[in-house]
Ligand binder design. Structure first.
Ligand SMILES: [Zn+2]
Length: 386
């Protein structure tokens, strides 16, 4: 046997990659931070072997919607503990920072973190700092010049804007502020993420105003004015908006994922474009926990892994412009961002309304960023609830 050809080999897992269509039991070899080979019998020439027998080897997971601005925002979850150490290698913060708080977000969250972090900049300069006080109740906090300048100065991080369409966030100025947000997106050439579920505006009235590429967060919300009609079918307007390029993000969150909405919608074939957790400081100890727990819930709702995979890898990576950096896929020669998941048996999991479902729970067993293995943390559902 010669010198070790590889730094690490992840041995014997089922390697799944949506971009290439790869789905086979194989070894995945890492050398100098890159995927060096995918094939048989690679472990013999490895310095370090990680056994993945019975597990699934995926591109590193991309979290399309979360809140990570700990210590500054009351909704900020710890970026490493709740994400990287639960198998996530890249994440988009959904409006926790606004233009005035962005410099702190960049310094405290983006720069010191191993994960690749981008964001949807809150249209309010304040950002979502304290959920008790709506960030747009003073509409002057929606400062277009500041938002445009922050986006222009930080193109590596700002990938869109976020507006929370809730009456407790923006009072009764729903339509003018939504239209102002869309105009801002148009001027900046960036998408707008719209959080729905807590205004008198119907979903079709919101969808009418969105452009291709804009994205609805919380598509399975159980609150009023969601995606279902009075007969429990998905509104025609929801499909029509999708046909012209409007996106849907599941964004579980503390109060925005209802199995009662998700079940019939999924049964008729309505899946989110992006499967995200909307993890925050208010839910990372339950009922959301993390992205893999949200994936487990979709498995329990009857969505096969082949449909879950693109929604946590290729689609969010492309949407966030991270595909060009090698996120969301496993390519020989590309960066070794890898997540290994194992099913650990049935667990009863709650939605945001307290309904439960028995799910084959997924658990990360290894995560690599640029070929470097990071320590994992135990599922918080095993801990006494906080
Ligand atoms: Zn959110």
């Amino acid at each position: 046997m010669s010198e070790n050809l590889y730094d690490t080999v992840v041995r014997g897992g089922t390697v799944l990659d949506h971009a290439s269509g790869l789905n086979q039991v194989a070894d995945l070899a890492i050398k100098d931070g890159k995927v060096a080979a995918i094939g048989d019998d690679l472990a013999r020439s490895a310095a370090n072997v990680v056994d993945a027998t019975g597990a699934t080897v995926l591109p590193g997971l991309v979290e399309g919607h979360t809140h990570i601005f700990e210590k500054v925002s009351k909704v900020g979850a710890p970026q490493d503990e709740a994400h990287l150490r639960r198998g996530v290698v890249a994440a988009a913060d959904a409006g926790t920072a606004g233009a005035s708080t962005f410099p702190a977000f960049r310094t405290l969250v983006v720069e010191p973190t191993v994960m690749r972090i981008v964001n949807f900049l809150n249209v309010s300069v304040l950002g979502l700092i304290d959920f008790r006080y709506g960030e747009l109740l003073n509409p002057d906090t929606f400062n277009v010049d500041d938002a445009l300048a922050t986006a222009a100065e930080n193109p590596d991080v700002v990938r869109g804007f976020k507006i929370r369409l809730s009456e407790d966030v923006l009072g009764d100025k729903i339509v003018p502020l939504l239209e102002k947000a869309i105009n801002l997106g148009e001027q900046a050439g960036l998408p707008v993420m719209v959080h729905i579920g807590e205004t008198a505006l119907t979903l079709p009235e919101i969808l009418d105003r969105l452009r291709p590429g804009d994205i609805i967060a919380h598509c399975y919300t159980g609150k009023e004015n969601g995606i279902l009609d009075e007969n429990g079918a998905v509104l025609r307007e929801v499909y029509k908006a999708r046909e012209r390029g409007v996106m849907y993000d599941s964004a579980h969150g503390k109060s925005n994922m209802s199995f009662k909405v998700a079940k019939p919608a999924i049964a008729e074939g309505f899946l989110p474009d992006i499967l995200s957790s909307d993890t925050s400081g208010r839910n990372w100890r339950g009922p959301v926990f993390d992205l893999v727990t949200s994936m487990s819930k979709f498995l329990a709702l009857g969505v096969p892994m082949s449909e879950i995979l693109p929604r946590v890898t290729t689609v969010p990576a492309k949407y966030l412009g991270l595909d060009v950096e090698g996120y969301g896929s496993l390519t020989v020669g590309g960066p070794a961002h890898v997540t290994v998941l194992k099913e650990v048996g049935a667990t009863v999991l709650p939605d945001a309304a307290g309904n439960t479902i028995e799910a084959p729970r997924l658990e990360p067993t290894a995560v690599f960023v640029n070929g470097v293995s990071h320590e994992l943390t135990e599922w918080r559902g095993n801990a006494p609830s906080a």
